[in-house]
Design a protein around this ligand. Structure first.
Ligand SMILES: Nc1ncnc2c1ncn2[C@@H]1O[C@H](COP(=O)(O)OP(=O)(O)OP(=O)(O)O)[C@@H](O)[C@H]1O
Ligand SMILES: [Mg+2]
Length: 265
């Protein structure tokens, strides 16, 4: 199937989109892997774990054995980038109550910051070289903002969904992400509106998509149930049949119908 990255300004609803989409794809029968690439990860809760279970997850970047195994060479500071990453995903992604498998990346500092270089290379390689089967899907919940895009984190994905609400600042960030994603050669870059409350906000989202010449993958309404669930720390599964999740499911079904532009089958 596809590798789908979810990006956008902080707090716009990336994790809701990522968890809702991953859950929807899993229910459609895809073996779905959700990758939490946010340095302060919280996808585990959305996918049905309680806080203790979420806290017990060891992020890939803190798994020294794995990092050494995958990047170690005889030369200090020289990393072996030519490794297979498929086993990382298949061995380390953990099943969640939602049926989605979860891989938590942990903190990825920028290249050149020294000690986190090796784990960063694992994450980049993982995204670029992970080959997924027809019956598999990968959903990547990205770090807020734009800085990470320059490092090529998302270059290996087939599609990026840029999430934005109707706020000017969210849209400005979304615009920068869209440009960077297109420059990075991501084949499909589409916009998702979120937390939309009225026709004016909907129009703002539509105009933005038109200006940037990208399709709208869906417009997710403000949803009081999701809002309350966020306060309570609920998983995405409790929102079944609420307006926001229904739209996100539709987005999932729409994505299923489109073949990836390149690479993965
Ligand atoms: N459509 C919606 N209706 C109501 N509340 C929403 C909606 N989308 C998101 N929220 C709420 O807004 C908050 C932020 O959402 P979410 O965590 O998905 O954003 P994010 O982009 O992942 O944030 P961060 O950048 O911190 O990772 C959450 O409390 C969530 O419950
Ligand atoms: Mg988030």
């Amino acid at each position: 199937m596809m590798k789908i990255a979810i990006a956008g300004k902080g707090g716009v609803g990336k994790t809701l989109m990522a968890s809702g989409l991953a859950w929807s794809l899993a229910r459609s029968g895809y073996k779905t892997i959700a990758i939490d690439a946010d340095p302060s990860p919280n996808l585990a809760i959305s996918l049905g774990f309680d806080q203790d279970a979420a806290d017990a997850i060891v992020p890939v970047s803190e798994n020294e054995r794995l990092i050494k195994l995958k990047t170690g060479t005889a030369f200090p500071g020289v990393y072996n980038l030519n490794f297979s990453v498929d086993d990382v995903v298949r061995d380390y992604a953990i099943p969640t109550p939602s049926g989605v498998h979860l891989l938590v990346m942990g903190t990825v500092k920028s290249m050149g910051s020294g000690c986190t270089c090796a784990s960063n290379s694992v994450i980049r390689a993982l995204l670029r070289h992970l080959v997924i089967d027809r019956d598999e899907a990968v959903v990547l919940d990205m770090e807020a903002g734009i800085e990470h895009l320059g490092r090529g984190t998302a270059e290996g994905v087939d599609m990026m969904i840029v999430v934005s609400d109707a706020n000017k600042k969210s849209l400005t960030t979304a615009g920068t992400i869209v440009r960077m994603a297109l420059d990075a050669g991501i084949p499909r870059v589409e916009l998702a509106g979120n937390r939309i409350t009225n026709i004016t906000e909907e129009t703002i989202i539509k105009m933005f998509a038109q200006e940037h010449n990208i399709p709208i993958v869906g417009i997710v309404p403000f949803d009081p149930a999701v809002m309350a669930g966020g306060i309570a720390g609920s998983s995405v599964m409790v929102f079944e049949n609420t307006p926001a999740i229904r739209i996100i499911e539709e987005i999932g079904h729409r994505i299923e119908l489109v073949k990836p532009a390149k690479g993965n089958t």
